[in-house]
Design a binder for this molecule. Sequence first.
Ligand code: CA
Ligand code: CA
Length: 208
Amino acid sequence: MKIFIAVLLLLCLAIPAYAEDEGVDARGDIVSSSHYDIDGDGELERVDIYLASGRRYVDDTDWCGKGEKWEGEFHVRITDNKKLLRDNPEPLHVEFFWLPAFELRFADYNSDGNVDFNVTGYSGCNLREVYLYTIYPGGRVERLDVDGDILASTSESSTGIVNALGDGCLTTQHTDDEQGVVQETWCWNSSMFFLKDTILVGGEEGVE
Ligand SMILES: [Ca+2]
Ligand SMILES: [Ca+2]
């Protein structure tokens, strides 16, 4: 009888632990979770990037994109005090994100009053491509078009260092294998960003 009770107790203890593990698995689909007051009402909204379809796995094929990653279609969901504002159906333009999860950097890159963010996607062994998105006050997320490719160095995380200059222009830096560290200035012309200026800010010693 004592053994029976002991087994019963163990089972009771095991059930909540299992339920918690299930919860961890569900949260494992969230690639990025950040907070920002997107509508300027003084209350923070939550901005989640999640894997809408695809898989989380370890890519052990020998290439620069290997590692533990989420791969598939990523959506952006905005919630306000636990109420869903908008689950955006348009996927991000990124095929995969490496772990771990990350927080977004927010800024108004094109100075139109709506906050923006960026994510970076694989663009070869030494580079990431920076994708810019805007969030409208109701939660709609749209990509900000770019006439060309904005690049980031591989040392950056899944969100790149994009400096908003406050006049509709932004700067980014990346390492070019031949030139060294290159700084680019991109400016918004009311419909897309275009490359305004490129300067060399570091010699070949800056090459990663
Ligand atoms: Ca708000
Ligand atoms: Ca903006």
